[in-house]
Design a protein around this ligand. Structure first.
Ligand SMILES: Cc1cc2nc3c(=O)[nH]c(=O)nc-3n(C[C@H](O)[C@H](O)[C@H](O)COP(=O)(O)OP(=O)(O)OC[C@H]3O[C@@H](n4cnc5c(N)ncnc54)[C@H](O)[C@@H]3O)c2cc1C
Length: 460
């Protein structure tokens, strides 16, 4: 129980990935910690993000496997998708993890202050009229789904990912506005469930933050799966009818569907939280920090989606741990944002770590080498009937600076890829390491063999 006027070593505003990770590590280090949370511990990732979407995508994979079972000589037919059943599976996963997280937080002796907090002094948070102080305050208030000017989300025909996760039916048709991570993941799941899907993306390619080769491979795979997409096509307007939406693009095309999903990115949840009033430096709503995640105000740090950069749960975890250790005086090494692994969990998956080729060329000019190992030469990928590649970028005579992968399940390979990047391994260091056969990991090994000048199952 917290009492008004309590002073904690660390007072965390927001109990999502960044905030709760900070609290857990700080408590582990013997600090007296409180977390202010207005909704549920676990935040977006656990309740409205990573976990529920990946459960949907797994159910989608089961639907695909059933539909395509004949290819493997198995006789089965997909009778339908029971969305309430899918949701109950998804919600069960979330609930189990939520219960576990609550238990963990309690077991570490962390005080949870329920309610909406507001920064009313540099290191004072007010919650429902009660004030709490921290020797250190960590801002971790997360993000919300953004829309576009003039585009009104009504939760009925025009949805955000929050609404989409609660949908109790499979829509017959959907327009997905935004071909980034969230957009393509929903597009993929809905297509597997049987919906007609069209993605509208203003930039020239799907997953535009990824290496161009990954975008091309994903687009090819989506075309095969019957997922329509229009790239380089900015949105103009939407009109809602009783039974659907009509979307007009800037080029003048009109598209009709039952639903429009707005997936144009996430904004920082910082307005009305008292941050500006306390003199915290901000830009476009994001909280500015130095590389140690300290704001310009003494003993106030910030972590997670409110800090400019990749909006990913594991970045939030790592930032939270970093800040706790920094506060405890352990002098942790600043996080290299480029070394944060990225996975888009659509079918096929897209995974990467390090620089893409364009950025590597900007940075190192012609002093880079690339190799692409086609999953056609990987036994396990053939067994799974997936297509794609592992692409490596190295500095000439130097370490691997980028790994890019496309294919079913390649997200699971990112663990090794991120070790290679973050330990600055040379392809020659990785080449002698033995990869289990037959696994998709072998493709990563083969790509390194090729880049080290000794390809095995690849044409030279
Ligand atoms: C659909 C979707 C899918 C995603 N999939 C992935 C994925 O597969 N992998 C991945 O790494 N990332 C994924 N993400 C991103 C990930 O969810 C976020 O990067 C992560 O949750 C950010 O953590 P955070 O702690 O910064 O914020 P949040 O998780 O948003 O947590 C912030 C918390 O602060 C609370 N809060 C805010 N203001 C106050 C206040 N004033 N007082 C009290 N409490 C407050 C909120 O209630 C919330 O619980 C996904 C996101 C979405 C939307």
């Amino acid at each position: 129980m917290a009492n008004a006027g309590d002073r904690f070593d660390v007072l965390v505003l927001g109990g999502g990935s960044g905030g709760y990770a900070c609290a857990l590590r700080a408590a582990e280090l013997g600090l007296d910690v409180a977390v202010v949370e207005k909704d549920k511990l676990g935040g977006t990732c656990l309740h409205l993000g990573c976990i529920p979407t990946k459960a949907l995508l797994h159910a989608a994979e089961v639907a695909d496997s059933t539909r395509e079972s004949d290819q493997f000589g198995i006789k089965a037919s997909l009778e339908g998708v029971d969305m309430p059943g899918v949701n109950s599976y998804k919600d069960g996963v979330v609930q189990r993890l939520f219960t576990g997280l609550q238990g963990l937080v309690k077991s570490r002796g962390i005080t949870v202050i329920e309610g909406q907090g507001r920064l009313v002094g540099p290191r004072t948070v007010e919650v429902e009229g009660q004030r709490y102080d921290g020797k250190h305050v960590v801002l971790a208030s997360g993000s919300y789904p953004r829309s576009l000017p003039g585009l009104e989300v009504d939760g009925r025909t025009v949805l955000t990912s929050d609404h989409a996760l609660a949908l109790d039916r499979v829509p017959s048709s959907v327009i997905v506005l935004g071909g980034g991570v969230i957009g393509v993941e929903f597009a993929s799941a809905w297509r597997s469930f049987g919906a007609e899907v069209t993605i509208l993306e203003a930039l020239p390619r799907l997953v535009p933050a990824e290496d161009e080769s990954s975008s091309k491979a994903l687009e090819r795979a989506f075309r095969k799966r019957g997922i329509a997409f229009m790239t380089g096509t900015p949105f103009q307007s939407v009109e809602s009818q009783d039974d659907g939406v009509t979307v007009t693009t800037k080029g003048g095309d009109t598209l009709r569907a039952e639903l429009l999903l707005v997936a144009v990115g996430r904004g920082p949840s910082t307005s009305g939280q008292g941050f500006e009033e306390q003199g915290i430096a901000m830009e476009r709503g994001f909280v500015l920090t130095d590389e140690r995640l300290r704001t310009n105000v003494d003993a106030v740090s910030a972590v997670g989606d409110i800090v400019p950069g990749l909006q990913l749960a594991h970045r939030g975890f790592q930032q939270g741990v970093f800040v706790a250790e920094d506060i405890a005086g352990l002098a942790p090494t600043p996080i290299d944002e480029t070394g944060i692994p990225r996975v888009t969990y659509c079918e096929p998956e897209v995974a990467s770590v390090g620089l893409n080729e364009l950025v590597a060329r900007e940075r190192y000019g012609d002093e880079i080498e690339t190799v692409s190992f086609d999953l056609g030469g990987n036994g396990k990928s053939q067994i799974l009937k997936t297509q794609g590649f592992v692409k490596l970028i190295r500095r000439t005579n130097g370490p691997v600076v980028g790994v890019h992968m496309v294919g079913s399940r390649v997200g699971e390979l990112i663990g090794e890829a991120q070790l290679i990047y973050n330990w600055e391994a040379f392809p020659e260091d990785v080449a002698p390491l033995i990869h289990m056969h037959p696994t998709q990991n072998e493709a990563l090994g083969e790509a390194h063999l090729a880049l080290a000048g000794k390809p095995l199952h690849a044409h030279v």
